[in-house]
Ligand binder design. Sequence first.
Ligand SMILES: C[S@@+](CC[C@H](N)C(=O)[O-])C[C@H]1O[C@@H](n2cnc3c(N)ncnc32)[C@H](O)[C@@H]1O
Length: 191
Amino acid sequence: MRVLPPRVALFQWRALRRASAINDTFSLTSATRPEDLSRLLKLAAKRRSVAELGTATGWTAISLALSDPGVQVITYDPFPHPERSAYLELVSPDVRARITCIGAAGSSGPPVGLEVELLYIDSSHARDETIAEFAAWRPALVPGAVVVFDDYLHPDYPGVRAAVEALALDGHPVGTMYVHQVRSATRATGR
Ligand SMILES: C[S@@+](CC[C@H](N)C(=O)[O-])C[C@H]1O[C@@H](n2cnc3c(N)ncnc32)[C@H](O)[C@@H]1O
C-alpha cells in the first residue's frame, strides 16, 4: 500500500476492509496488486483518457480515477459483478462521474470518436480474445498512447504472452505486465 498515492492507498485499504466484511473473495484475488497498480498509475500520469478492459469490481478503475482529477476512465466487462457498487460508493460522486462502466466484451471496441491515451487490458487473458481486443481498440489509440497487458509474466495466463508475441508488438515488461507504446506513424496505417 505504501507504494500507492495516499488517496489511492486509502481507497484500497477501505476496499479491502469492505471485501472482507462482505466476503468478496473474488475482489481479493482478482484486483490488480498494489505493486503493479503503482506502476500502472505512473504510466497513466498526465493521460486524460484511459480505457480498461476487465472492470471486475472496479478497484483499478476507481484507483485510476482517484489518482488524477483530470482523468476519464471507460471500462468494459461483459459479466455482472454486483459487488462493484459496494466499492463505487466508497468514493465521492465526482470520482464516480469520471468512470463509465460498459457491460460488454472488450473486443466490442470503443465508442465512436473516443481517443485513448492508455489502454489497460486485464480481461479474459485468452490469446485470441486479447488479440481481438487490441485490434478493436487500435484505431482509437493516439500517437504516444500506451497499451498495458496485465499478467504478461503470470505463469497461469500464457494466453497474454502468446497474444503479445502473435501481435509482434515492441515494448518491454514492467512488473508482471507488458507495455507497448504506439509510435506516431502507426495510427494512420494500423501497422
Ligand atoms: C482479473 S479481473 C479484472 C480486475 C480489474 N482490472 C481490477 O484490477 O480490479 C478480469 C475481469 O475480466 C472480465 N472479462 C472476462 N472476459 C472479458 C472480456 N472478453 N472482455 C472484458 N472483460 C472480460 C471478467 O469478468 C473479470 O471481471
